[in-house]
Ligand binder design. Structure first.
Ligand SMILES: Nc1nc2c(c(=O)[nH]1)N[C@H]1C(S)=C(S)[C@@H](COP(=O)(O)OP(=O)(O)OC[C@H]3O[C@@H](n4cnc5c(=O)[nH]c(N)nc54)[C@H](O)[C@@H]3O)O[C@H]1N2
Ligand SMILES: Nc1nc2c(c(=O)[nH]1)N[C@H]1C(S)=C(S)[C@@H](COP(=O)(O)OP(=O)(O)OC[C@H]3O[C@@H](n4cnc5c(=O)[nH]c(N)nc54)[C@H](O)[C@@H]3O)O[C@H]1N2
Ligand code: SF4
Ligand SMILES: [Mo]
Length: 880
């Protein structure tokens, strides 16, 4: 057994787990005497073996108390915990009494720990008597859950990370693994470096950084995936009458094959937009390779046909018997650190608990186990329906925990309006500075990562401990404690006796084994024998021993033990609306969701410092959108204004906007305001990647860029700011030039008399620069121009920390030849910019290792290695 604490000099190093993505990397955290925390990858954790990505490596920089919510508040007034908890319990009880159990709801998150999630679910489904508890996992994993259940009879991820390393063909479908599961991607790339014959195929409408590292990129049309896998099944069926495995352990192959019988290459090519030649390469690789892993993520799940996509993929694996053995299988990689734990406790509105559903048997079993007399009898409202019901006035009280729906839900302005009309909104968060927390009646300060204690389950079903290494700040408390306290005050004290997360986990583990007898996949009763505090990362099920891989013997959790192939016919292609482009959304490498944590670090904010839209050069030309200009995207009266990133990585007709920017960081960067609330009818998961929008230039008189030691007042017509070393940086635009610049600047950047002001203007070009210098150091600098501002941004940002500055160069916005501009940051860990890497390549460093030796770029977490490889390629080919 590994030790929980590693004693290292005077301080303790604590073994914990990264709070970001579903890879679930082990982290060693050591609080230092000066208040900082040293973070390292845990060499003994089987998910990462010591590696961390840029986000994990920067965790220490996100722990400051700035912007933390430290005390409970009612209507903006700080109150005692007792008062806040009494008030929440009273209001929930009153709503239930007057309007019934279905008038209240909890909206939770895959970022809650299993213990938090377990008590929230128990409170709602067992004691309130309503299943109105849904979570952001509805936006994330619901289609995979539905697909697994339809195929396997249970929500089971059969394989593990090792399978990616053992495979000879890895297919990434709608997954930007290089940016979203970086450490798993690095494991994959390392395996490929050792066995170059291993092949990687990426299916994504965009040429992502993951596609750069692949042998074949299939630039699929939005939602073309079912056609692609229908074609594959058809191809498999004509070459092979099916595996022995399929014959022995599955039902439904005949009907599934019948459903795809007309899907020959030509038809698939037409439906997917992929060249026939590439399709046939992919199909022949799949047919000719025994060890195939198909990894899929949000390009699959976040679709109105997401569940069918999942089953179309699983069909191919079941039919060909490529499941259950090392190096093969369908593999849904989860996004959030505890997406899996949430599913295990039944955190979705259509699940009960411990992988049980709302069947009469299960309701009875869970009710007896909990001693609950008011068990919910049917599934509750799913996320989109929940906010619809709120808009219609049917939800009288809601508690939002660990998620930011005003930013992350589709039709987000409507969600915001619904929350405004809801009579009672409770938000528990670590910060009050979120677009959702701003609408709360009651704010409860949650203890975040580093302060909280519990367990999470990663994508390969591995349960790991998140352990605290800091005392809770202010009056912050863990989520399980708040829920327990409210439950007690609602009159359910007996059922909520918990004093520690370990007690909750024990009950959860007992329930998983309760009347199970091998009938349910989720069983961790074997963990009860070990200690909670010292628990090692373990893969479930754990009856006697942990299980690395399921379905090897072909036993599934359906009544007859056989898996199901589903007859799935490709849907008609999404109708293209003339004058509109397809809006795709997703993630960037260095930000996590709504930026409440990654937005606090300068290092992670440097990769992309502003919300943007990726658009193909042809569309940009046609629409009159210039490089780095501002663009307005709109749908049904909702809009977003973001920066144009013109790139051939995008297909014509499609644009991509990241999901991260919020009202806290930009004037109008919330992309979900534009996303249509269309859902998959099976899973209820919204189609977050396929809305249609209008795209046009956003005309402005002036563009601006600033750096400042303090955040200025941001009230420009367009603005976006980001953290920078020594202060902040930002972009803005003005529809009209201020009549009096000095006054305009003083109002926003301060009018301190100790600040010496410098300015220069090019009247002819309409460009101006301003700077403020305090004690020889830069206080702020501001550049405005009728065109997008062209200055050496990273160099200007660097001047905030310079001991001595050269006013003339600052106003010019660029360094002299003796102080090269490193360019936009590529390697977040070592702060290495694009220009530095390009210069190294031109100087002869033509491999990743050589660039690493010359610049240190890519030598720490490695998440930028694919981008460096692309720079080497473009620089040596002399095209860019
Ligand atoms: N850096 C970073 N990493 C993260 C997160 C983060 O916020 N930041 N969040 C985590 C979470 S919660 C999640 S769920 C995961 C998500 O991880 P991913 O699913 O890998 O990330 P996304 O960028 O949402 O979407 C993946 C890709 O789907 C593609 N796509 C869009 N439409 C289609 C389609 O119709 N078919 C196909 N085949 N592809 C399509 C998009 O172009 C995009 O490149 O990431 C996790 N990891
Ligand atoms: N257009 C579009 N929309 C999307 C997606 C997309 O790809 N495109 N992806 C969807 C997906 S997959 C996901 S998972 C969601 C994610 O979207 P959200 O869940 O809304 O995003 P987060 O920023 O992770 O929200 C977590 C919140 O919890 C707070 N928090 C952090 N730690 C704790 C804690 O310990 N306790 C409590 N109570 N709070 C804490 C954070 O400060 C933050 O406010 O977005 C979805 N929305
Ligand atoms: S890959 Fe990065 S974000 Fe994901 S768990 Fe590991 S360190 Fe954290
Ligand atoms: Mo997610």
């Amino acid at each position: 057994m590994t030790e929980t604490f590693v004693t290292d000099s005077a301080q303790k190093t604590v073994r914990t787990t990264c709070p970001y993505c579903g890879v679930g990397c082990g982290v060693l955290a050591r609080p230092e005497a000066d208040g900082s925390v040293t973070i390292a990858g845990d060499p003994d954790h089987p998910a990462n073996f010591g590696r961390l990505c840029s986000k994990g490596a920067a965790l220490g920089e996100t722990l400051s108390l700035r912007d933390r919510l430290l005390h409970p508040q009612i209507e903006g007034q700080e109150v005692r915990w007792d008062e806040a908890l009494d008030f929440v319990a009273e209001r929930f009880t009153a709503a239930i009494r007057q309007f019934g159990p279905d008038s209240v709801a909890i909206y939770g998150s895959g970022q809650l720990l299993t213990e938090d999630y377990y008590v929230a679910n128990k409170l709602m489904k067992g004691f309130v008597g309503s299943a109105n508890i849904d979570t952001n996992s509805r936006l994330c994993m619901a289609s995979s859950v539905a697909g697994h259940k339809r195929a396997f009879g249970s929500d089971t991820v059969p394989g593990n990370y090792r399978d990616l390393e053992l495979a000879d063909l890895v297919v990434l479908v709608g997954s930007n693994l290089a940016w979203c599961h970086p450490v798993l991607h690095q494991r994959l790339m390392a395996a490929k470096a050792v066995r170059p014959d291993m092949r990687i195929v990426v299916v994504d409408p965009r040429r992502t950084v993951s596609a750069d590292g692949a042998d074949l990129h299939l630039p699929i049309r939005a939602d073309g995936d079912i056609a692609l896998f229908a074609g594959l099944l058809q191809h498999l069926a004509t070459r092979d009458s099916g595996s022995d495995y399929a014959a022995a352990h599955t039902l439904g192959s005949q009907a599934a094959i019948l459903a795809v019988r007309n899907w020959d290459l030509a038809r698939v090519a037409e439906a997917t937009g992929i060249a026939e030649r590439d399709l046939s390469t992919f199909y022949s690789w799949f047919v000719g390779t025994e060890n195939v892993v198909t990894v899929y993520s949000q390009g699959v799940n976040q679709s109105a046909t997401g569940s069918d996509k999942v089953n179309a993929i699983i069909n191919c694996h079941l039919y060909s018997g490529r499941i259950g053995r090392p190096g093969m299988g369908p593999f849904s990689v989860t996004g959030q650190p505890n997406a899996m734990g949430g599913r295990e406790v039944g955190g979705l509105a259509n699940m009960l608990a411990a992988h049980m559903d709302f069947t009469p048997d299960a309701i009875d079993r869970v009710g007896r186990f909990w001693g609950a007399k008011r068990m919910a009898q049917k599934p509750g409202l799913r996320a989109v329906e929940l906010f619809d019901a709120m808009a219609a006035g049917r939800i009288k009280a809601v508690w939002i925990m660990g998620t930011n729906p005003v930013v992350s839900m589709p039709d987000a302005d409507r969600v915001r309006d619904a929350l405004k009309t809801c009579p009672f909104v409770v938000v528990s968060d670590m910060t009050a500075r979120t677009d959702t927390a701003e609408l709360a009646h009651v704010l409860l300060p949650a203890a975040p990562w580093g302060e909280k204690d519990g367990t999470v389950t990663n994508s390969e079903r591995r349960i790991s401990r998140q352990r605290p290494f800091l005392a809770p700040a202010g009056e912050a408390r863990p989520d399980w404690w708040m829920i327990t306290e409210v439950a007690r005050r609602m009159g359910f004290a007996k059922a909520f006796p918990y004093n520690s997360p370990g007690e909750i986990f024990r009950e959860h583990a007992l329930l998983s084994g309760f009347e199970n007898g091998g009938k349910r996949d989720f069983d961790i009763s074997g963990l009860l024998a070990g200690g909670y505090e010292t628990m090692d990362p373990t893969q479930w099920p754990v009856r006697e021993t942990p299980t690395a891989r399921l379905f090897a013997g072909g036993e599934f959790y359906t009544p007859d033990g056989k898996a199901r192939l589903l007859p799935i016919t490709p849907p008609p292609p999404i109708t293209r609306v003339p004058g509109r482009l397809m809006l795709n959304t997703g993630r960037v490498r260095d930000h996590w969701h709504t930026m409440t944590r990654t937005g606090k670090t300068a290092r992670l904010s440097a990769h992309f410092a502003e919300p943007f839209v990726e658009i193909h050069p042809e569309d940009a030309r046609r629409l009159g959108i210039r490089k780095a200009s501002l663009v307005r995207l709109a749908r049904g009266g909702r809009e977003a204004v973001v920066r144009a990133l013109v790139t051939e990585r995008q297909q014509p007709g499609n644009v991509f906007v990241p999901m991260h920017w919020t009202g806290q960081f930009a004037s109008s960067g919330r992309v979900d305001a534009l996303v249509a609330p269309q859902i998959d009818p099976v899973s209820g998961q919204p189609a977050l990647k396929m809305s249609t929008v209008t795209v046009e230039p956003w005309r402005t008189a002036l563009h601006g860029f600033f750096v400042a030691t303090e955040r200025p007042r941001l009230d420009m017509d367009y603005w976006a700011w980001a953290e920078a070393a020594g202060g902040v940086r930002g972009e803005f635009a003005l529809k009209e030039e201020p009549a009096y610049w000095e006054g305009w600047i003083a109002e926003r950047f301060g009018d301190g008399t100790d600040v010496q002001r410098l300015s220069v203007g090019d009247r002819h070009a309409g460009r101006r620069s301003f700077a403020g210098v305090r004690n020889g150091r830069l206080a702020f600098a501001l550049f405005v121009s009728p065109d997008p501002v062209l200055v050496a941004r990273e160099w200007v940002v660097g001047q905030l920390e310079a001991e001595k500055i050269d006013g003339i160069r600052i106003l010019a916005g660029r360094p002299g030849a003796d102080m090269p501009d490193r360019g936009p940051i590529v390697c977040a860990c070592h702060g290495v910019g694009r220009n530095t890497i390009r210069a190294a390549v031109r100087g002869g460093a033509e491999s990743l290792d050589a660039v690493g030796a010359a610049t240190r770029a890519g030598t720490n977490c490695g998440a930028c290695r694919s981008e460096i490889a692309t720079l080497i390629r473009t620089e040596t080919a002399m095209v860019d």
